[in-house]
Design a protein around this ligand. Structure first.
Ligand SMILES: Nc1ncnc2c1ncn2[C@@H]1O[C@H](COP(=O)(O)OP(=O)(O)OP(=O)(O)O)[C@@H](O)[C@H]1O
Length: 696
């Protein structure tokens, strides 16, 4: 069993700050209250933010930008958009936007706000995420959307004219899209002084955010001499929080957080009163491992395993499975949700009383020198740790078990994470800005500047894709077409070239499959059967062609769920693929791509993939029995991932879709290519670095 400081002994801490100060729950909540109110209205009035309703509305009225800092659970996300609507900010067909960094949070927040307002989701309250728009023009007043989706809207409406107020929520997360959005909103405000911004977060550095928006300390005069809003931002701190969360730390550092998470869950299940558990891990691998270990452990101890329901949660999980975490726990049972950081912000999972925080998450890391972007397991920041703890204590008091020591939390954990823009490949970011007419990208007003090397790399890749011209402007029509497709520019380029190669139907299917995490069923504990099922579709040409075979089989079965079950194919994932595919076909037609099938000519398909992904070409090291490849770009050592149909096949030349890093750098979704295609499709990119091995 893990050793935690026990409640009631000298060590338990309430949700704390690193100086050891105690931050208690709001005066309006107490541990014995909070239940038994039938009316949603009364629940709303009990949230800490309610006391600030008038102040918030006043500041929004009088200031262009208002920064709202408030503890997690104080009611910022769900209440402020409603206050604005009640005050008339959605009158006359105007819309109030609330952005979130994550799709799951968008759907959850929109559902909750619709429920509180007593309206049907998709009518007065709606949401937009990539490939899904649940809003009604002229009816929707409050729109929740990912910050990426709002950026996309700017391509059609650069000044976002339909919005009266835009609330950028969870700004502390500093996702790449949030940072681009903040920079652009600042620009828009100069053209549309009537637009109001609210930047909200639990932990944001309010001062630096305020400095960023503080372009003018003078009051702005409108043409008629009527005073407009003040341009200097207002800062409002919402005091009070949800319920009390007791923090427990490990007495000693743990060497294996997966094992420690399992022991902690079992210990809670043994000793603590009923209440659901939320465990934060890093990704599908360790989540699946914990689900399996928990199930085995319970059975081996001869417990009634039905007492504990294990539910994984990560972004790649099909929607129907994700939604299980929102359903209420059956009587007498305890739900254990094992999640990545998708559950970290803006989510309220009703039954959660206990949070187990591993202290790690998967984070993007980009090296502009090798041009390799990876997701690596890295320690989280204090800001994340607080958000995680905040998932307990939203409806009742809770406990958070941190799988690290208090000393580590206080002295070693970073206060905030590094903004994503400073650790990412910037190809998508640059093309988005270019499409919005921002040509001087280095001179763009960033909340945190990206590295010039990463910028140069991105420009180089876009140039070699034929998306930018010699003056670093979007090419016409290719550059504009690529920017219109809501996918990574390399995928968009692949779609574009498929039009000329006569295989756009196939390539669009591949693009749809690549935009979801996996089409295979995982976690049924039957790796061997899964591998055998894959072999039924596998081809030596690689994973992308294998995907086409699966798609064809699914279609020929009449989109049957039994067929999926028999073949270890995820039925919900395939339904999603069809949905995304339909959307992509519509986009393709809109931008003038002709839809054609190559009727089985896989050479055309592989060439189209090469046209988008030539930068990810690798060759097998001569005489390598260990399957060692080198990237042509940076001579990095990489291997084919065991999940690929080309694992152990090891063709001489391959192109990968993405890399994952564990003990080694693994290529996921790989096809074999002919090296002559590289110089054919990307002469700029390869002519000066043609490796001698390419000549063979
Ligand atoms: N789906 C839900 N079911 C029940 N209660 C909810 C739900 N969503 C929100 N609440 C209640 O509203 C409170 C405020 O939630 P809200 O998301 O607005 O807070 P917040 O200040 O934005 O916090 P965070 O930054 O963590 O999202 C929650 O603590 C919870 O009590």
């Amino acid at each position: 069993m893990p050793q935690f400081w026990k409640p009631g002994t000298e060590k338990p801490r309430l949700l704390d700050d690193e100086e050891g100060g105690l931050l208690f729950f709001s005066s309006s909540h107490s541990s014995s209250s909070g239940f038994g109110y039938s009316s949603i209205e009364r629940l709303r009035q009990r949230l800490p933010v309610y006391k600030y309703r008038t102040a918030i509305l006043y500041l929004v009225e009088t200031h262009s930008t208002t920064i709202v800092v408030g503890e997690t659970g104080s009611g910022k996300t769900t209440q402020i958009p409603q206050y604005l609507k009640e005050a008339g900010w959605a009158d006359g067909g105007r819309v109030i936007a609330c952005t979130q960094p994550r799709r799951l949070a968008v759907q959850a927040v929109a559902s909750r706000v619709a429920e509180e307002m007593g309206v049907k989701l998709g009518e007065e309250v709606g949401y937009t995420i990539r490939f899904e728009d649940i809003t009604k023009n002229g009816v929707t007043m409050i729109k929740v959307l990912t910050d990426g989706a709002l950026l996309r809207e700017m391509m059609d409406d650069p000044l976002l004219t339909k919005y009266s107020v835009i609330m950028v929520d969870e700004a502390h997360e500093r996702s790449i899209s949030t940072d681009i959005l903040l920079g652009l909103l600042k620009k828009i405000q100069r053209r549309r002084p009537e637009l109001r911004l609210i930047i909200s977060s639990a932990t944001i550095e309010a001062k630096s955010m305020s400095d960023f928006f503080n372009t003018s300390k003078k009051r702005r005069e409108t043409e008629g001499g009527v005073q407009g809003p003040r341009m200097d931002p207002a800062i409002l701190s919402v005091e009070g929080r949800g319920f009390n969360v007791q923090i427990h730390y490990m007495e000693e550092p743990v060497s294996n957080y997966v094992q420690a998470a399992v022991s902690t869950v079992l210990s809670i299940h043994d000793k603590e009163p009923m209440g659901d558990i939320l465990v934060f891990l890093t990704g599908q691998d360790d989540i699946d491992a914990v689900v399996q270990m928990l199930n085995e452990e319970i059975q081996s101890r001869g417990r009634n395993s039905s007492g504990l329901l294990t539910l994984p949660l990560y972004s790649g999980l099909p929607r129907a499975e994700q939604e299980l975490v929102f359903t209420s726990t059956p009587r007498g049972k305890r739900k254990v949700v094992i999640s990545t950081n998708v559950a970290e912000t803006s989510l309220t999972l009703e039954g959660i009383v206990y949070v187990v925080d591993s202290g790690f998450s998967k984070q993007r890391v980009y090296d502009p020198i090798s041009d390799i972007e990876n997701l690596v397991v890295a320690p989280i920041s204090k800001a994340s740790a607080r958000q995680r703890a905040g998932r307990a204590g939203r409806i009742r008091p809770g406990k958070c078990y941190r799988l690290y020591t208090e000393e580590y939390f206080i002295n070693e954990m970073a206060t905030e994470g590094i903004p994503e823009i400073q650790r990412s490949n910037l190809v998508s970011c640059v093309i988005q800005l270019k499409a919005l007419g921002i040509d001087n990208i280095l001179g763009f007003d960033w909340p945190a500047s990206p590295s010039p090397e990463a910028m140069v790399r991105a420009l180089e890749v876009l140039y070699s894709l034929g998306v930018l011209d010699d003056d670093a402007k979007l090419t016409s029509p290719a550059g504009f077409q690529v920017a219109e497709i809501p996918l990574d520019p390399m995928i968009s380029k692949m779609i574009l070239s498929s039009s000329q190669l006569g295989c756009s139907e196939e390539i669009i299917t591949i693009a749809a499959i690549l935009s979801i995490q996996s089409i295979w069923v995982s976690g049924r504990g039957a790796q061997k059967e899964l591998d055998e099922a894959k072999l039924r579709f596998a081809t030596a040409e690689g994973d992308h062609v294998t995907f086409l075979n699966v798609y064809k089989g699914f279609f020929q079965s009449g989109k049957s769920s039994q067929w999926c079950h028999k073949n270890f194919v995820n039925y919900h994932a395939m339904k999603k693929v069809i949905e995304i595919r339909d959307q992509l076909r519509r986009t393709a037609q809109r931008i003038g791509i002709s839809l054609k099938s190559c009727e089985g000519d896989m050479l055309a398909v592989r060439k189209a993939i090469t046209t988008g992904f030539f930068a990810n070409a690798c060759h097998l090291e001569a005489y390598s029995h260990s399957g060692k490849y080198k990237t042509i770009r940076g001579s990095q050592e990489v291997y084919i991932h065991p999940s690929s149909v080309l694992f152990r096949v090891n063709p001489k030349w391959v192109i990968y879709h993405s890399l994952v890093s564990t003990d080694r750098q693994y290529m996921r979704n790989v096809i074999s290519i002919d090296p002559s295609w590289l110089t054919e499709v990307a002469p700029h990119f390869y002519q000066h670095q043609r490796p001698t091995s390419m000549l063979h």
